[in-house]
Design a protein around this ligand. Structure first.
Ligand code: FHN
Length: 381
């Protein structure tokens, strides 16, 4: 890949009221839906199954002939996101297995050309999001691609290894990733955010080229920090999986990607699931520290969101809708310290106390202080 021509490296530029105009919608949204959906839903053991079982590419490809999610209903997925109080959706356009979940001209290994489904779910989701005023965003695995013939991995000692070799990466970048990012940013309307994932071994120059490529297509598209290996680029920081930042830790906006159980992709394995109370506390702690929560669902091979996931999200939604004023367009606590009783969110002239382990029974009280309106929100039933 050529040397970036002085392209901005994606860091924020000062915006209105000090908030970056590019990420303003995202910061105010506070809560999004992550969707990990692909061929890996069929074996139902999570999205790393091809790696875990060292499945040969020619064998993994066979899954495409079985993938026919006829129960997929984009409007139902978007409606669930709204019920939960989620304001943006980040869906896997291509995960590490290299299978593309939209009609890509750059690689026939995609849901339209290689499966009996023959529909483009990303088109349907884009339409449903527009109708419901939910922001559509795409996840894209921009380095790891276990399917691409010149993929940036090689198998030795019987393990997959992501030794980046510039020639091989350039072939992959020019032949697949770069044209696919262009397809995503020119064929699905406004894309709020490109969520890049695992840039291990990628050079800073390559990362800058990727940022420049996105900016050239949709300048307002938000980019997360995983576009680069050193996390210094992008418009906000993607924390580690299920990691919640510490108060006052970040000067840049940040987001926690979180699972409902222990898997991103659909799994039938028996796993521990976070309860609605725990999820609400996680949400409150994240926004109380000024972050966003991106909460994941892993749809089934039939194209439905597992009922257990839907139940959790609807329970969380009862709380977010009841406490919307204290959730959306808020800032985190003004106090850079951990609060053992809960969290604080703020708006100009207002402070919201979210108390979840008070020593006294807590109701939904609105206490008007001398200058600030203080509101204690009951965490859950
Ligand atoms: O390897 C991926 C994983 O499958 C999943 O997509 C998560 C989501 O944050 N990201 C990577 C691991 O951090």
């Amino acid at each position: 890949m050529g040397k970036a021509s002085g392209a901005e490296n994606g860091n924020n530029h000062a915006g209105i009221n000090g908030r970056d105009p590019r990420t303003a919608w995202w910061t105010e949204a506070r809560f999004g839906m992550f969707i990990h959906w692909g061929l890996y839903a069929l074996p139902a053991q999570g999205e790393w199954i091809m790696y875990a079982q060292k499945t040969p590419v020619c064998e993994y490809e066979q899954l495409a002939q079985q993938f026919n999610p006829t129960e997929f209903d984009a409007k139902a997925w978007v409606s669930l996101a709204k019920d939960a109080g989620m304001r943006y959706i980040v869906i896997t356009a291509k995960h590490h297995d290299g299978f593309t979940m939209y009609h890509s001209k750059a690689d026939p290994f995609n849901i339209v050309d290689s499966t009996p489904f023959n529909r483009d779910p990303m088109k349907e989701l884009a339409e449903a999001c527009r109708e419901a005023d939910i922001v559509l965003c795409f996840y894209y695995s921009h380095v790891i691609d276990w399917h691409h013939p010149h993929a940036v991995h090689k198998e030795h000692n019987n393990t997959w290894d992501y030794k980046l070799e510039e020639k091989r990466f350039t072939e992959y970048w020019e032949g697949k990733a770069k044209p696919q990012i262009k397809e995503l940013l020119t064929e699905y309307g406004w894309v709020g955010l490109l969520w890049f994932d695992t840039a291990g071994g990628l050079s800073e120059e390559d990362s800058k080229d990727i940022v420049e490529h996105v900016r050239s297509l949709q300048p307002d598209c938000v980019i997360n920090s995983r576009v680069s290996h050193y996390m210094g680029m992008g418009d906000y920081v993607s924390k580690g999986d299920n990691e919640i930042g510490m108060s006052g830790e970040d000067t840049r906006p940040w987001e926690t990607p979180m699972t409902l159980n222990l898997s991103w992709g659909y799994t039938t394995r028996d796993q521990i699931w976070k309860t609605a109370d725990v999820l609400i506390q996680k949400l409150v702690h994240v926004i109380g520290k000024g972050g966003n929560l991106l909460l994941n669902v892993g749809p089934t091979p039939q194209g439905t969101i597992p009922e257990r996931s839907a139940e959790r999200l609807r329970e969380v939604g009862e709380w977010t809708h009841r406490n919307a004023e204290a959730v959306y367009s808020t800032e985190g606590s003004p106090f850079p310290c951990e609060l053992d009783w809960g969290a604080i969110t703020t708006k100009p002239g207002r402070m919201y106390l979210h108390i979840h382990n008070a020593k006294w029974p807590v109701g939904s009280l609105r206490l008007c202080g001398i200058r600030n309106k203080v509101w204690m929100s009951r965490m859950h039933k």
